[in-house]
Design a binder for this molecule. Structure first.
Ligand code: LLP
Length: 444
């Protein structure tokens, strides 16, 4: 397994992260356990901030909290000077409870409810990323009833769709549930409407072209399309866009063969493209905002499991089951995502067998890794799966009423609990048995 950040194998042959031996972490916190390498998260934050500072452009780096939204993470991101992107009242509440400065919160989503909009306006958030005309009217109505003016970016689809492992395509994005299409004129119409509305301050446009992107071409093409659009809006409507938000999607290395660029390379490609394509539109270059999620937290996360049972099917394969699975990491089941693993308590031993790692849910699709080489695995061994920091805890479920794991931050030989493991009580905390049914049970 590739060792990310501060991960290393110590003299005892154990995996160590942030100076903490995972066998000790297991003894203290149990498994499954999400272990977050705090130093690596901070390093990624700084890579973004430094790269943008070096560009000389105005900027905000908004951490896309959907990747991993907990209060400690919001605090850490605030300390590092980033902004925050939220998509629901739950993510907004988490940020506010953590004391994240509201003016650096951006609110996304294709179906913000009136309650969510009210909550965000009352909190005084920095910007709404408006997705459609229904939202535009709703936002204006609520802002005017509260006699405030709110900042708005319009989410646009520039006709660029990019995915890792696929070539970027310049068509296809028109058919998206998100945003106003530039190509078919709806973005232009939305700019006209937004700029006409009292109580809305139109700052500019937003685009997000995909996820786990390993190349710069898609971002550069998006910048070019948005610059052409900005020029048209300036020339025909005399409207300026002081802000252009280019979303997230910067790729990370999950497994051998993944070839992400350095953060500094993505940022330089974007800021250079902005300098080239926005030159001469309006009096100054726009501020550039981005929204990295996965690339801030993804490789900082490791999930630690305890091995339980196994099943060998002669001539077919050996299944090794761990005490978690699709409930703590739904990505292999959802997206066929690939992960690497190592035997964390015997990390220096030579690989002896090829096994497939199964979860404990009642579902055949609950597999974490197909065909991984490991030393001879035994019950009680610790299995570490790398690169689980993004979209694991945030997408975890209670399927089979399995309790969600604890999350810890580790750094400099110390560990801190940042989310406690769910208890059996948590599993039933919202359950209500209507009295008529409860009575029946008693009289039986
Ligand atoms: N901004 C917007 C508007 C987004 O929709 C997203 C991700 C991001 C930023 C952050 O993208 P990132 O830098 O993390 O790639 N559950 C999937 C990923 C869904 C991403 C949704 N939007 C997964 O586990 O791969």
């Amino acid at each position: 397994m590739f060792l990310h950040g501060t991960s290393r194998i110590n003299d005892a042959g154990h995996l160590e992260i942030g100076g903490c031996d995972v066998t000790e972490l297991k003894a203290e916190y149990g498994t499954p356990l999400y272990i977050m390498d705090e130093q690596l998260i901070r390093q990624r934050c700084r890579e973004y901030m430094d790269a943008f500072r070096a560009s000389g452009l105005g900027f905000q780096v908004a951490y896309a909290s959907k990747a991993f939204s907990i209060m400690a993470m919001c605090r850490l991101v605030d300390e590092e000077g980033l902004s925050l992107d939220v998509v629901s009242d739950g993510e907004l509440y988490t940020a506010l409870q953590a004391g994240f400065p509201a003016e650096r919160i951006h609110f996304h989503g294709n179906n913000k409810t009136p309650d969510e909009i009210e909550m965000a306006i009352e909190a005084g958030i920095g910007c709404f990323v408006v997705d459609n005309l229904v939202e535009l009217s709703l936002l204006q109505a609520i802002a005017s009833s509260k006699e405030v003016t709110v900042n708005v970016l319009l989410r646009v689809t520039p006709g660029v769709e990019a995915h890792a492992h696929h070539a970027y395509a310049s068509t296809g994005q028109t058919d998206s549930k998100f945003g106003f299409d530039i190509g078919n004129g709806s973005a232009y119409a939305a700019v006209q409407q937004a700029s006409d509305k009292a109580n809305l301050q139109l700052l500019g446009v937003h685009s997000h072209i995909g996820s786990q992107i390993f190349e710069t071409e898609g971002f550069q093409l998006a910048v070019e399309r948005i610059a052409d659009f900005t020029r048209k809006v300036k020339e025909e409507l005399n409207i300026d866009f002081p802000v252009v938000n280019l979303g997230g999607g910067f790729g990370i290395r999950y497994v051998d063969g993944d070839t992400p660029l350095l953060v500094s390379e993505y940022v330089a490609a974007i800021t250079d493209a902005v300098k080239t394509h926005f030159a001469g539109i309006g009096s100054s270059l726009p501020q550039i905002w981005v929204e990295p999620g996965r690339s801030i937290v993804g490789d900082a996360g490791t999930t630690l499991y305890t091995v339980g049972t196994n099943k060998e099917i002669p001539g077919v394969r050996k299944y090794v089951a761990v005490d978690g699975g699709m409930t703590d990491n739904p990505r292999p089941a959802l997206y066929e995502s690939k992960y690497e693993a190592l035997l964390a308590n015997r990390a220096t031993e030579a690989n002896e067998e090829t096994v497939s790692i199964a979860g404990k849910c009642c579902e055949s699709g609950d597999m974490l890794i197909w065909d991984v080489e490991l030393p001879a695995v035994q019950s009680g061994d610790l299995l570490a799966v790398a690169c689980t920091g993004a979209y694991n805890y945030s997408m975890a479920s209670n399927y089979n009423r399995i309790r969600r794991p604890a999350v810890i931050f580790v750094q400099n030989g110390e560990s801190d609990l940042v989310v406690r493991r769910e208890s059996h009580g948590d599993i039933v905390v919202n359950d209500i048995v209507p009295e008529r049914i409860a009575k029946k049970a008693v009289t039986k």
